[in-house]
Write a new protein. Structure first.
Length: 294
């Protein structure tokens, strides 16, 4: 990855970790995501309307945004359910650090594989995520036990990981299909794509919550608005990075958000620092570093 790509992905990771922490800290993660997506649509609507004359639509563009938006909506729903049933320091890393899914998709669609260093980085990330659910290194209930992996939180987190791999590959396809334009037009086209993606994700979230009769508790509106503003910034930065960088590296390096979110969650929300979590974070950070330098 280039240093420009690393900077874009690092900024996106900070944004991503922030709204996830706000979601977990809310009264209801699912309702929070619904409101944040809604406020994202409302707050950015004037900007999107203003830039429409600069947008180049195509069938490929619309199909990508429709399918990606659906996957993003299902990702938000799955991740919020994971937070509902478990800690962010476990659920978030699992949901965000299964780049092997992306590698498999990329291999199938484009026949491209990461370098040796890239594969080593991916292996370290996945090993770190395997360790994270433990509170201590032991074959015990609070260590390595199947119930720490085979539970609702981890199941929803794995489902979120699957949807992550799907929309990441679709977004790479969309980015590759954007015609050669000026830098400003390319940027605006990417922002417009992410905005439409968020609109579709919001609709999917609403339909999923309606179908499953999810409660809608009262939430602090300012936090939902902040998260809504961050959504567009986070995904726009990633889409811009995908234009010139390999999808497997972008999605994998973005997992630096795991380090940020997990550390803050352990200190701020969970108020605990078990050794396996710290070891897992270290492995994940090492993997991210290898991928970034591959």
């Amino acid at each position: 990855m280039s240093w420009q790509g690393i900077l874009l992905v690092a900024l996106s990771a900070c944004c991503h970790a922030t709204w996830n922490l706000l979601s977990k800290a809310s009264n209801g993660p699912t309702a929070f995501s619904r409101q944040a997506l809604r406020w994202s649509a409302i707050c950015y609507a004037p900007l999107i309307l203003l830039i429409q004359p600069q947008i180049h639509y195509s069938t490929h563009y619309l199909l990508c945004v429709l399918s990606s938006g659906t996957a993003v909506g299902l990702f938000f729903f799955s991740l919020s359910k994971a937070y509902q049933h478990g800690n962010i320091s476990v659920a978030y890393p699992i949901a965000r650090s299964f780049p092997i899914l992306v590698v498999t998709w990329v291999a199938a669609l484009w026949g491209r594989f990461p370098s040796f260093l890239g594969l080593c980085g991916i292996a370290l990330i996945m090993t770190g995520c395997f360790i994270l659910p433990m509170n201590r290194f032991a074959f015990a209930a609070d260590g390595f036990a199947l119930r720490n992996y085979l539970n609702r939180s981890c199941s929803w987190a794995l489902l979120a990981a699957l949807f992550t791999s799907i929309f990441a590959v679709i977004d790479k396809t969309a980015a590759a299909g954007i015609p050669e334009l000026t830098t400003a037009q390319t940027l605006l086209t990417g922002i417009n794509y992410v905005y439409l993606q968020n609109i579709i994700a919001w609709i999917v979230m609403e339909l999923a919550c309606l179908k499953l009769k999810q409660p809608n508790p009262e939430l602090q509106r300012p936090k939902a608005i902040v998260a809504g503003l961050i959504f567009l910034a986070s995904y726009s930065l990633i889409l811009i990075a995908l234009i010139s960088e390999p999808v497997a590296y972008v999605v994998s390096f973005r997992q630096i958000s795991i380090v940020i979110a997990t550390i803050v969650s352990l200190i701020w929300l969970e108020k605990a620092r078990p050794l396996p979590r710290l070891v897992g974070i270290t492995l994940i950070f090492s993997g991210v570093f290898l991928i970034g330098t591959a």
